[in-house]
Write a protein that binds this ligand. Structure first.
Ligand code: PLP
Length: 451
């Protein structure tokens, strides 16, 4: 429980923080967990308590918190060249090498990369690229952006408008022209008696209807996470991307895969779009791109968009966009190492090897009468709490059952994330079998205490 002394870390954190995305009654009662360092998949707080971080920080610390190779790559690059932008005809050698590497590991045979500092900015940048492109091609009215309810794309004004979460209304968002389609979550959104195949057909028909209603030539692009992450780990219904991609193609609407969470291994392939067997027109990457060791995002354009955007830029002699730290050499050096670590040093193999055990652990805990559904892909999973399993009736959201489960886990030395009525697990890729058992054991104890 919280230390209320005025000079405690908890009180000092409270005094000067505008907490983002934090349940305030709970934090006032319990105090913030103030961390000093990490050890593998564990983090340690100012009181010396260790927590197994089944959140991977925020989905991103996939190699753990003290990976020596990543720390060495960062230190070496800080010694060599601590910072630079990627404009005005200059960029670091690391930036050149990372762009080559990103295109090489992408599903594209050719492409172009643009760097940002975050996933939000990468989505924002992609929207600007589309608006720039359509304007340059004589179709400036192609500005609307299609996304889905429960999709999460970030917090900047544009990426928050893309995000399908009701809380954005407190900011007066979304902006006009950001249209949210139904979340393709068969368990929650499927109608009584509707098969999964019929549900997927209904999602595709909805897309056709929205395009017909809005007019294809007013739509700039469609953004989707291969597996929704912050919406509560929601894999798409079977055949979803195969059903919608031909419709988008027919209407000339680019399909952008937001792979900020799913990129670099989380679902068992390098890209979530590979796991779901579709090739998007562009990829948004962040988080795992540096294994969380540096803030970085990237837009990776596939060949067709790359050629069209490049031609549009050539026509006005410039693509007028960029951030001071775009293509930061330290971030690029870390990303090069992170990609090597994930792809060549066994992390991706570990995701694949441990996925069956992860799924078995989720399935076992879902036998609890108050868990309505387990779901997941690779090493991202969720348990959805319900008041009534048979009718799927949710708990009153104000009671925030998932928050209570997560708080109980924290007390037991496990960090997991409440998202809506779901508890989400996305452990670092370095997790061992024993640590996975510890994770499920503690979560099981928490479920028993709360229900
Ligand atoms: N897109 C997805 C799928 C995300 O999960 C996130 C963050 O969680 C973002 C975009 C935004 O990234 P950032 O928080 O780095 O701005």
């Amino acid at each position: 429980m919280r230390d209320t002394a005025p000079n405690s870390w908890e009180s000092r954190a409270d005094a000067h923080s505008l907490y983002g995305f934090t349940d305030l009654p709970s934090i006032h009662a319990r105090g913030a967990v103030v961390l000093t360092h990490g050890e593998g998949p564990y983090v340690v707080d100012v009181h010396g308590r260790r927590y197994l971080d089944a959140n991977s920080g925020l989905w991103n610390m996939v190699a753990g918190f003290d990976h020596p190779g990543l720390i060495a790559a960062a230190k070496a690059q800080y010694d060599r060249f601590p910072g630079y932008h990627a404009f005005f005809g200059r960029m670091s050698d690391q930036t050149v090498m990372l762009s080559e590497k990103l295109v090489e590991v992408s599903p594209f045979d050719r492409g172009r990369v643009f760097y940002t500092n975050s996933g939000s900015e990468a989505n924002d940048t992609m929207v600007k690229i589309l608006w720039f492109l359509h304007g340059a091609e004589g179709k400036p009215e192609r500005r609307k952006i299609l996304t889905r309810w429960n999709g999460y794309h970030g917090v900047t004004v544009v990426s928050a408008s893309m995000t399908g979460k009701p809380y954005n209304s407190v900011f007066g968002l979304p902006l006009p022209g950001f249209i949210h389609l139904t979340c393709p979550h068969y368990w929650r959104e499927g109608r009584p008696g509707e098969s999964e195949a019929d549900f997927t057909r209904r999602m595709a028909q909805e897309l056709e209807d929205v395009i017909a209603r809005e007019g294809a030539d007013t739509i700039a692009g469609f953004f989707a996470e291969p597996v929704m992450g912050a919406g509560g780990v929601i894999p798409p219904s079977a055949g979803y991307f195969q059903a919608i991609q031909p419709i988008l193609k027919k209407h000339g609407i680019p399909l952008i895969a937001d792979e900020v969470i799913t990129g670099f291994g989380r679902t068992g392939h390098v890209w979530g779009s590979q796991t779901y067997d579709f090739t998007p027109d562009a990829i948004i990457s962040s988080k795992n791109i540096t294994a969380g060791f540096f803030p970085m995002g990237a837009v990776i354009l596939g060949p067709e968009l790359a050629d069209r955007v490049q031609a549009a830029a050539e026509a006005i002699e410039e693509f007028p966009h960029g951030f001071t730290a775009s293509g930061h050499p330290v971030g690029c050096a870390i990303a090069l190492k992170a990609i090597e670590v994930v792809m060549n040093e066994g992390l991706l193999d570990n995701v694949r090897a441990l996925t069956p055990r992860f799924e078995a652990g989720l399935r076992e805990l879902a036998r609890n009468p108050n868990i309505g559904e387990w779901r997941g892909k690779g090493l991202m999973g969720a348990l959805e709490a319900v008041k009534d399993k048979a009718t799927k009736t949710p708990f009153d959201s104000k009671l925030s059952v998932s928050e209570r489960i997560a708080n109980t886990c924290t007390d037991l030395g496990l960090i997991c994330r409440p998202l809506g009525q779901a508890v989400v697990l996305c452990p670092p890729f370095i997790i061992t079998e024993a640590q996975m058992d510890e994770m499920f054991d503690k979560l099981g104890q928490a479920l028993t205490k709360v229900f």
